[in-house]
Design a protein around this ligand. Structure first.
Ligand SMILES: *Cc1c(COP(=O)(O)O)cnc(C)c1O
Length: 353
């Protein structure tokens, strides 16, 4: 006996990266920031917690005003979600009248949402060099969804290519998931003023030290945003809790801290990439807070397991073309040095791999 509606019986849920609840591990598997939230966040959250008896502001007025200023958009061009995952869910549910197109190797939640909402999907393979060529999406009438920079590759699509697509297809929605944009590439947010068929999604999880607070945003024309609000207010008007609103407001107030963390990650990425290459890895040029690397002739599975015995967790995908790649989040400079030391040991076969 089962009580689940028949249409969900074949649903394959998303498998999140491991979130070990013990310390002492070097956690480089889900692209969080290795740095704590901005110094002002803790106090702001404590103050907000004193108001937990009340519902939060369902319009997120203060936070939206501040974020609108930060992104240089109007407040009515901005929507907030409980993580960008929630926004992506709304988009699959409500903004895919002709189905959806996305790459074969990209964020693993896209196929899951397409299954949850029964949205027909066509999968467009990445090019041989793992790049996304938007011209591959020209044919068809579907909504197009890309992550830029893409995950797990870290590669970017350039703004002129995005502009060309938007101009050529005014009747198709292009969704750009910019979870990693603060680490490289050019944001498409300014283009929302020009193109009403563009929606840009971002998150506080990767570059703003707030993965645990669950906050994502979408920028688009006021009409797209009004339609997103139609879905939100039909589902959960209080999707952003008060402590998260306060935390994000405090994080946004400390621009210097954000920039320092971001710049450290970018510098560490360069140093780490060089060291990996010196060891013999091939590393894709990353514009994100992770690198995607392969050691030719070696099993990625065995490498990940060997790192794991040294208390280092990285991400690996059992998918064709990339089964031997490791996706390694950029942690602190000290953590990345430990990764290089561990890989050196493993590859020198001082220890079994
Ligand atoms: C991490 C990630 C997300 C989800 O971010 P949340 O805001 O934490 O839900 C969305 N898209 C991509 C490409 C990501 O890597």
């Amino acid at each position: 006996m089962t009580f689940l509606n028949a249409r969900f019986k074949a649903l394959v849920p998303y498998t999140p990266g491991e979130q070990p609840q013990i310390s002492g591990l070097i956690k480089l598997n889900t692209n969080e920031s290795p740095f704590p939230p901005a110094p002002g966040v803790e106090k702001a959250v404590a103050a907000a917690s004193a108001r937990l008896n009340l519902y939060p502001d369902p319009t997120e007025g203060k936070l939206k005003a501040k974020l609108a200023e930060e992104l240089d958009v109007q407040e009515n061009e901005l929507f907030l979600g409980n993580g960008s995952d929630e926004i992506l869910a709304f988009l699959f549910q409500g903004f895919t009248p002709q189905g959806i197109l996305f790459p074969d190797l990209t964020y693993g939640f896209y196929p899951v949402f397409s299954g949850l909402y029964h949205v027909p999907r066509r999968i467009i393979p990445l090019r041989w060099d793992f790049s996304i060529a938007l011209e591959d999406y020209d044919a068809g009438r579907e909504t197009v969804l890309i992550a830029n920079p893409n995950a797990p590759t870290g590669l970017v699509v350039k703004l002129p290519e995005i502009r060309r697509f938007l101009t050529a297809h005014p009747d198709r929605l292009l969704i750009i998931d910019e979870a990693y944009i603060d680490f490289g590439g050019q944001s498409a947010v300014p283009l929302i003023k020009e193109f009403s068929n563009l929606l840009v999604v971002g998150t506080f999880s990767k570059s703003r030290q707030l993965a645990g607070a669950r906050l994502g945003y979408a920028a688009g024309s006021s009409s797209l945003i009004a339609d997103l609000n139609r879905l939100k207010f039909s589902f959960n008007p209080y999707n952003i809790n008060g402590m998260t609103q306060a935390a994000a407001l405090a994080a946004l107030a400390d621009r210097r801290y954000f920039e320092n963390c971001r710049n450290t990650v970018i510098e560490t990425r360069a140093t780490f990439t060089k060291a990996l290459k010196r060891l013999g890895f091939e590393v894709l040029p990353s514009a994100a807070n992770f690198v995607f690397a392969v050691y030719p002739g070696h099993s990625g599975k065995l490498l990940a397991e060997a790192l794991r015995t040294k208390k280092i967790i990285v991400r690996r995908f059992d998918l064709p073309r990339i089964e031997n790649y490791l996706r390694i989040t950029i942690g602190t400079p000290e953590q990345m040095q430990l990764v290089i030391n561990a890989l050196t040991d493993i590859l020198m076969r001082k220890e079994p791999a």
